[in-house]
Design a protein around this ligand. Structure first.
Ligand SMILES: *Cc1c(COP(=O)(O)O)cnc(C)c1O
Length: 850
């Protein structure tokens, strides 16, 4: 494949063969050339006409012959048409104003369904409902046709989706850049209680939300070697001679602001073989090999890696990272900036936010573009690059910090590795100037690690290049400074800052909980959805009996909605009138689903052994939702154990009507939108110091669930805001965890000294939940008993004691409802609009367009 790159004209479309040509054929002169298309009439009649037109002309079917998928696609196109003029107008306005754009670089976007959000953003919900009814169709049924694009694993990808929603709603120019995975996060099913993964074929029936632009494809190079040469001015320069390449095809998605006429763009890249790629081989007469080469290229955007917080260091993953970043930088520089723009001023026009370390290869890539392609000197290029990037760290787990082996990086991106080495030399010289002779410190801070193999620490590279480095909750940012990057925060104290995460209230309150939204609007008037701090005005209503009754009725109705859904979706029966106790998030040891499980088994064991009459239990249904990374044994075993406990508990006459465990498969955004509004109790029980922020915790509080949680991540801020009385705190705090770790954590001691904990673990070890097989769950139980890094047993007693307080409070429904209302009223801070305001003021130094 050595010479592939030397074939000129890598255009995806062939001029000679009479196929379509690239770019405009001539300068358009018609007066309407730059004007946006018109918008369909905002009326039921106008909507129906547009819908039937789409059905006939786009789907090619008559209404009477159309399938549900046809109807969904036509409906989506119809709604899309209302956004189209605004999209073009947004793009024109932004270019004309030469406004600074946020380039959000994220390998994941967990978007959730699009149709509901588009209807909300255009205020078309009612019109669509009526219009479809005139056609004999039901809006809710059609909305349920949509397969959500699951282009992310969990919190990190969902955060990106919330942020781009907020920026559009706040009229801030932003392009979200990422990867159009052909297969998103796997679809989870259970077989005999074990997780089985199925490929997510979200594109199988076609996505009406994407706009491919093959004519704007970008070539991305890989491999090869570098050469030195002297240019025409006598300067010594470097040339990268790559050995293979692929094409990045952009797919644009609308990101509509809420009722403000702005539509930003999410641009996801799909990998395709370049013409050169297969022509070369095809000319050699090996057709089959040419087709294989095509597959090889297209593999790059084939599938989302399903590891959340545990990168595997796989070559294809590095290819993905470089692929989307290289496309994205080129896209902005070549297509968004006007001809002749002086790249020395690039930072005036774009600021790139690095969502974790996944896109950090953008730093040497921008250096390479400026130096090798644009002729900048090293210092000039660094001056620009160091002003263009900011970095968000999302973790405290050492295993989540990406390190790429220099062997792999040098093989795939030899020029970038050279640039990284030089950045490191320059950086370590600066360290040595500030701390002369401190060789240990320079070794600690080196971007290049030497053990267990030579590698590039991407978090260090990001920190060196970034203007600002932020953590995602107050506690996390503190620990980031003190424990993860202490040398860096000593060197550059002002570089570090905090921006507490947030969630979009449009999706997670208005769309997910329309009844609560109506109740809020009835009480405090409209406008709160874009100014969520106004929820504070609900505080007085916490003592208003009529409001409390309505609030409780909304919760009851959301539970009924969930009951109906779980019946049809999973054939799960949710009992009436239970405390609904919900733990939904990725399955990870640090999140401690096993601690929740021990609580359930403990309650069950006490009734079974006669220590507690069943009547003493507060009727409770625990709902889990969690996917495990397919290669993460412990996580998958935990899922298996939860399901086996559920089967036993749910069929035990001893606890009938008192305790139930439900584990609907395939937790995703669509399910979250139904589960969270129904929840009474939100489980946020990670070991203190392990959860960077959490955003699930915010969604629950905003929907009136009370939290039982550790002093971790954003739980800290939630508790401060809602008040101790309305939050169930338990467990060790972070200093206590650190102290115990230093002293030595000995889980066996808790087992020996705590009879209830012992009885609980013994019941699992007896084979009670595994058809008599005492070893079925050895991996999970032995881990808890012998080596658990996340100290579940240390927090067990505090946790079950606090659960007893939960039950006491729940017995007083009036007090519970009051606390729930205060949770809603006091958590407006957690709107992602506020997060975006913080980024704009303290990191991006830009403001909304006027
Ligand atoms: C919000 C969200 C998450 C993040 O939840 P955490 O509890 O913060 O880990 C994960 N998955 C989905 C589908 C979400 O909506």
């Amino acid at each position: 494949m050595q010479e592939l790159n030397q074939i000129p004209g890598n255009d995806p479309i062939d001029e000679v063969s009479g196929h379509r040509t690239l770019g405009p054929t001539s300068t358009p002169t018609h007066p309407l050339a730059t004007a946006p298309v018109g918008m369909p009439a905002h009326s039921v009649d106008g909507f129906v006409r547009e819908f039937l037109h789409e059905l006939n002309t786009n789907q090619g079917v008559a209404l009477s012959r159309s399938s549900a998928n046809d109807q969904y696609l036509a409906l989506a196109s119809t709604v899309r048409n209302y956004l189209m003029a605004r999209w073009l107008e947004t793009s024109r306005r932004t270019r004309e104003a030469k406004a600074k754009t946020i380039g959000y670089l994220s390998a994941e976007y967990l978007l959730g369904r699009q149709l509901g959000n588009a209807l909300l953003a255009t205020d078309l919900n009612e019109i669509a409902e009526k219009g479809l009814a005139l056609c004999g169709l039901d809006l809710v049924t059609l909305r349920n046709q949509e397969v959500e694009p699951g282009l992310g694993n969990g919190g990190l990808g969902r955060l990106a989706a919330c942020f781009i929603d907020s920026l559009a709603t706040m009229d801030v120019p932003c392009i979200g850049y990422g990867i159009r995975y052909e297969y998103g996060i796997f679809r989870q099913t259970f077989v005999d209680g074990r997780q089985v993964e199925e490929t997510d074929t979200w594109l199988a029936l076609g996505s009406p939300w994407e706009f491919p632009h093959p004519e704007a494809s970008v070539q991305v190079d890989f491999g090869g070697h570098t050469e030195r040469y002297v240019d025409a001015d006598g300067e010594e320069r470097t040339r990268w001679v790559p050995s293979w390449n692929v094409l990045g095809v952009p797919y644009n998605y609308m990101v509509p602001g809420y009722l403000n006429g702005r539509v930003n763009t999410l641009r996801l890249w799909s990998a395709q073989a370049t013409k050169a790629f297969d022509l070369q081989i095809f000319n050699a007469g090996d057709y089959a090999q040419a087709v294989r080469a095509q597959t090889f290229a297209e593999n790059i955007s084939k599938v989302l890696y399903p590891e959340d917080s545990t990168p595997q260091g796989k070559e294809l993953r590095l290819q993905q990272q470089y692929f989307f970043v290289a496309c994205s930088l080129r896209d902005f520089i070549d297509n968004e900036l006007e001809e002749g723009f002086d790249l020395h001023n690039l930072a005036d026009r774009i600021t790139y936010q690095l969502n974790d370390t996944h896109p950090v290869i953008a730093v040497p890539e921008l250096m390479r573009l400026l130096i090798d392609v644009r002729g900048f000197s090293w210092d000039e290029a660094w001056e620009v690059t160091s002003k263009c990037f900011n970095y968000t760290c999302h973790t405290l787990l050492p295993e989540a910090l990406e390190v790429w082996s220099t062997e792999l990086l040098g093989r795939l991106l030899p020029r970038h590795l050279e640039i990284v080495y030089r950045i490191n030399d320059q950086f370590l010289a600066e360290v040595d100037k500030t701390f002369p002779g401190d060789g240990l410190r320079t070794r600690r801070m080196s971007i290049i690690s030497e053990y267990p193999e030579r590698g590039v620490r991407m978090a260090y590279l990001a920190t060196v290049a970034a203007g600002k480095v932020n953590g995602v909750a107050a506690l996390h940012s503190q620990l980031l400074r003190d424990k993860v990057l202490p040398d860096f925060s000593e060197l550059w104290p002002d570089k570090f800052t905090n921006v507490t995460n947030g969630v979009t209230p449009r999706r997670f309150v208005k769309l997910a909980n329309p009844k609560l939204s109506d109740l809020i609007t009835d009480a405090i008037g409209p406008g709160w959805l874009t100014n969520l701090e106004r929820l504070k005005e609900l505080e007085p209503y916490a003592d208003d009996p009529e409001f409390k009754a309505s609030f409780a009725a909304v919760k009851a109705s959301n539970k009924q909605r969930l009951t109906a859904l779980l019946k049809t979706r999973d054939d799960i029966d949710l009992p009436d009138g239970h405390l609904l106790d919900v733990m939904v998030k990725r399955l990870h040891e640090y999140k401690r689903q096993s601690l929740k499980l021990l609580h359930i088994v403990s309650l069950y064991e006490q009734v079974l052994s006669g220590k507690l009459p069943a009547s003493a239990l507060t009727p409770r249904t625990v709902v889990f939702g969690a996917k495990a990374a397919p290669g993460y044994r412990m996580a998958k075993d935990t899922i298996h154990l939860i399901n086996k406990v559920a089967m036993k508990v749910n069929s035990a006459p001893e606890v009938e009507g008192r305790l139930k465990v439900a584990f609907p498969a395939n937790y995703n955004v669509t399910l979250a939108e139904k589960l969270i509004p129904a929840a009474d109790l939100s489980e946020q029980i990670s070991l203190a110091g392990m959860e960077a922020s959490g955003t699930g915790n915010m969604k629950f509080a905003l929907n009136g669930a009370l939290t039982i949680g550790t002093d971790d991540g954003a739980n800290v801020e939630i508790r401060q805001l809602v008040g101790d009385k309305h939050f169930f705190l338990f467990g060790m705090d972070e200093p206590a965890v650190t102290e115990l770790g230093a002293k030595g954590y000995h889980p066996g001691a808790y087992y020996e000294s705590n009879p209830q904990l012992r009885a609980t673990l013994d019941l699992i070890l007896s084979g009670h939940f595994s058809d008599g097989d005492p070893h079925a769950f050895d991996s999970v139980v032995f881990n808890l008993l012998h080596q658990d890094r996340f100290m579940a047993l240390a927090d067990f007693q505090s946790y079950v004691d606090t659960q007893a307080l939960v039950e006491q409070r729940y017995a007083d429904q009036d007090a519970w409802t009051r606390s729930a209302i205060l949770n809603v009223a006091r958590t407006g801070y957690f709107s992602s609009d506020r997060s975006m305001r913080d980024y704009l003021q303290r990191i991006w130094h830009t403001s909304p367009m006027l």
